[in-house]
Write a protein that binds this ligand. Sequence first.
Ligand code: ZN
Length: 162
Amino acid sequence: MTAVIEKDMVAAVHYTGTFPDGEVFDSSEGRQPLHYLVGHNQMIPGFEEEMMGAAVGEKREFTLTPDRAYGERDDGAIQQVPRDQFPPEMPIEIGVMMAAQTDQGPLPFTITAVEDDIVTVDFNHQMAGKTLRFSVEVVDVRAAEAEELSHGHVHGPGGHHH
Ligand code: ZN
């Protein structure tokens, strides 16, 4: 029986992600394949769905609209913050990415405007609102170990080392 990608398996894939205009935003080319624990929210939802049932050696191409990728942009996630709320040594420039420390862990944001003493920050994921195209090849599929399932991530090559 050929192993295919299904829940609680560990999949290793080579992938290239492009925007609709063809620009590559991420690729495993020249690196080791991406390993993920299937069905444990390690990947964006559409990626998980589209790769279900794929066997080793199989190639799949698919396009994900934002609702199946990183979500739509939320205007409520854009905030204006007084300059003096940032540490003085922090570079306040458009395009700078930082992370706010919250109870839930670091929350990344991007500075999108600086006007007088008001800094506009955007907490939207950088890929929010974008349609993404993926070309994926399955390199390996194996059953996950009990410890990986309880941790919710992959161990060993391509995964966590701890
Ligand atoms: Zn672990």
